[in-house]
Design a protein around this ligand. Structure first.
Ligand SMILES: Cc1ncc(COP(=O)(O)O)c(C=O)c1O
Length: 377
């Protein structure tokens, strides 16, 4: 049996998304910037997709800028905030994705910003009191905090944080790569959020396409030059079949979102109960097993120390199970997970991250838990 439980890394393409992309791949070769009919037809696909995505998020189509994915969207938000919105100080956490972490570190190295790391509580959640303390002494701040952590699943109270940022006049960007199309986003309600990042391949869309939501209150300039695409905001011929696939993937995700959520919550709860009854001394990193404070697609399992710790993932792979993992690293060492280190996960306990999709089955969970148990006996 082959089992894929690495959906936080990427998800398989939904067949309906494939069907939607196929005609564009086959015949939609026109350049959307061409003014002739062949080009105009393709351009209309882009604009139709943008409108459709905006409808899902209850925002204006002009607030959606297509990018090559989550990494570019995060880079764009952060760099534009510094280049164009007068940001001199950035508040972030030590457990952000590298698309955020490395970008803010580079800006600091270049002397463009001061950088502060907000404290995390014992469950790995952002300490909101500390966030307020930092905001109260630093004007012209960008706060960049992810909605759900891709390794442990901890969720940020997005609206509450956006309100805090608004109170202190700060710009707020959230990396929503793991949560977009897994939860509903109403940008009319979340109107204090300035930027959100999205990547299609995290919800059964194609790779290499995503977008940055930019609240219309922000006037920003491009970071990629060389063309007038995306209303002069991002040079480069558009990834049209990707854009069409992204739009369709959102349709499919939102069409059945309540049922998908309910299904995956049941899958995650089932895995927790199977692990609890099968492995003595199993535990969960940060708040990963707390269903109300973690993303329902991610379970970060902390396993008892074992001599075969470094071989666990390899052995799971041999048994046909795709999952991912890691361990905390000692200070100064470059290996290991900065997230597990950031939440001070015990170094002697191996971690496996299982991440689910609407295609995951109970049988696959059973097979996975049984296989893990076999490696421990
Ligand atoms: C939280 C988070 N941010 C950003 C990214 C990067 O997205 P992309 O692969 O589309 O560049 C990922 C992908 O793993 C992610 O999990």
């Amino acid at each position: 049996m082959k089992v894929y439980l690495d959906n936080a890394a990427t998800t398989p393409l939904d067949p309906q998304v494939f069907e939607a992309m196929l005609p564009v791949l086959k015949d939609g070769f026109g350049n959307p910037s061409s003014t002739h009919a062949v080009g105009r037809k393709i351009k209309s696909l882009i604009e139709r997709s943008r409108k459709n995505i905006a409808k899902h998020l209850n925002c204006a189509p002009g607030e959606i800028f297509f990018t090559s994915g989550g990494t570019e969207a995060d880079n764009m938000a952060i760099q534009c905030a510094v280049n164009d919105l007068g940001v001199k100080h950035i508040i972030t956490s030590c457990i952000e994705h590298h698309a955020v972490g490395h970008t803010v570190e580079k800006l600091k190295r270049d002397g463009l910003v001061e950088l502060s790391y907000v404290h995390l509580d014992e469950k790995g959640h952002v300490d909101l009191q500390h966030l307020e303390q930092l905001l109260s002494v630093h004007p012209k701040t960008l706060v960049t905090l992810m909605h759900a952590n891709n390794e442990i699943g901890n969720l940020l109270p997005l609206q509450h944080v956006s309100e805090i940022c608004e109170q202190y006049g700060a710009i707020f960007h959230s990396d929503t790569v793991q949560t977009m199309a897994h939860y509903r986003f109403d940008m009319n309600v979340l109107d204090q959020v300035h930027f959100l990042a999205c990547s299609a391949h995290k919800f059964h869309g194609p790779k290499g396409i995503g977008f940055l939501y930019v609240n219309k209150k922000n006037q920003i300039n491009p970071i990629i030059h060389g063309g007038a695409q995306e209303r002069n905001m991002r040079g480069g011929t558009e990834n049209v079949y990707g854009i069409v696939g992204l739009s369709k993937a959102m349709d499919v995700a939102f069409e059945g979102i309540e049922a998908h959520q309910e299904y995956m919550i049941a899958i995650k709860e089932y895995m927790i109960s199977r692990l609890n009854e099968s492995i003595l001394d199993v535990s969960y990193n940060a708040d990963s097993a707390n269903m109300s404070k973690s993303l329902y697609t991610i379970l970060s399992v902390s396993l008892p120390p074992t001599e075969i710790a470094s071989m666990l993932l390899f052995n799971m792979d041999i048994l046909g199970i795709a999952c991912s993992g890691g361990s905390a690293c000692t200070s100064g060492a470059n290996i290991g997970s900065h997230v597990l280190t950031g939440i001070e996960a015990p170094m002697d306990r191996p971690t496996i991250r299982f991440s689910f999709s609407r295609y995951t089955t109970i049988q696959e969970i059973d097979h996975t838990v049984n296989s893990l148990v076999s490696l421990y006996t």
